[in-house]
Design a protein around this ligand. Structure first.
Ligand SMILES: *Cc1c(COP(=O)(O)O)cnc(C)c1O
Length: 336
């Protein structure tokens, strides 16, 4: 945990592996190390658990018995919240966005239902007012004598995003233990030996990129964050991540030297949740050549970005944020 940071629960299985594959290097045309945050847990795995360690600690401290959150029908965040809430004896209410009359109970949604979460279906129009909708529902629960706790989309407020500053610290510890790349001759010469040139991460609600931006330079991992947007656009995320970084710095004094951040919105594919034919082929190829399974919503787009951005002789860090249930929900569409 960051010193002076708010308290958090221990929910994730940490540290997650720092993984390297010669086959992935060849495919990417650069040296790529993968931080396997797809392995933070069992069915609740992925990046959201690091945020929920802070958020559910806060919920419990406030005596909450029911947590409210939101996302797409196949939201990884909603699924992680549903499972982890139950593991803490809390109820979960999920506001899920759909245009379908009855979305298929597969993947994340299957797990939401297994965990007994209460599902409230909302349209994309209603989703734009998600914060107001959840505040209203929380009021109603409060009036009914319950103690609700609202978690924003993706768990991406300042408190949740601290989980990814912690992930940077975890990386530093792994590097100190010799679990990362061997030092190259040139590394020693620089006063601040950053083992990686940059970290590449998918960006959906911004909290993961914001936490990394604040953590990776501070803990000596790298000086640049490449956030690969899967929705919205560059300006939107720059503003959102900038605000999160300022709020986090205020929460944890001393954590105030953010890395450089670039948001890329050229790798979104045809739509949110829809990979291009090229991205589907990349997902298949990475699985077949490297035994590494990406997801179609986030990580295949992020790795596509990494491959386009990587320069020969570079050593990059790829943050694998999870998403397996979303791949399984898509069935054999990935082979098209
Ligand atoms: C939510 C999610 C992301 C994006 O993280 P944000 O903090 O919301 O930007 C990336 N990958 C996966 C698999 C996710 O579920």
């Amino acid at each position: 945990m960051l010193s002076e940071a708010p308290p958090k629960l221990a929910l994730a299985h940490l540290p997650t592996p720092l993984w390297h594959s010669a086959a992935l290097d060849r495919l990417a045309g650069a040296e790529v190390w993968v931080k396997r945050d797809d392995m933070t847990a069992g069915a609740e795995a992925g990046n959201k658990i690091r945020k929920l360690e802070y958020l559910l600690a806060d919920a419990e401290r406030r005596g909450a018995r029911v947590v409210l959150t939101c996302g797409a029908a196949q939201s990884n965040h909603a699924r992680a919240t549903a499972l982890l809430a139950r593991s803490r004896g809390l109820r979960a209410v999920l506001f899920l966005r759909t245009t379908e009359a009855s979305p298929a109970r597969t993947g994340n949604l299957l797990l939401d239902e297994l965990a007994g979460a209460e599902l409230r279906w909302i349209t994309p129009e209603q989703y734009r007012e998600r914060d107001a909708l959840m505040a209203e529902a929380a009021e109603a629960l409060l009036a009914a004598g319950e103690t609700p706790y609202v978690i924003p989309e993706g768990g991406s407020n300042a408190l949740g995003s601290l989980g990814y500053a912690d992930a940077a610290r975890e990386l530093r510890q792994q590097l100190d233990l010799g679990l990362g790349p061997a030092r190259r001759a040139g590394d020693r010469a620089s006063a601040a030996p950053f083992p990686f040139s940059r970290v590449v991460v998918a960006c959906g609600s911004g909290g993961t990129a914001a936490g990394l931006q604040l953590g990776v330079r501070h803990f000596g991992v790298c000086e640049r964050v490449e956030a690969i947007a899967v929705c919205d656009d560059r300006a939107t995320f720059e503003a959102r991540i900038g605000a999160l970084v300022r709020e986090m710095s205020a929460l944890v004094p001393g954590l105030d030297e953010p890395a450089a951040l670039t948001v890329h919105d050229a790798f979104k594919g045809p739509a949110y949740g829809v990979p291009s034919a090229e991205q589907r082929a990349l997902l298949r190829r990475v699985a077949r050549d490297c035994g590494l399974v990406l997801d179609p919503v986030y990580t295949v787009k992020a790795l596509h970005g990494l491959i386009e951005l990587a320069e020969p002789n570079e050593r990059l860090l790829f943050m694998h944020t999870g998403g397996l249930p979303g791949l399984l929900a898509g069935g054999d569409g990935i082979f098209e």
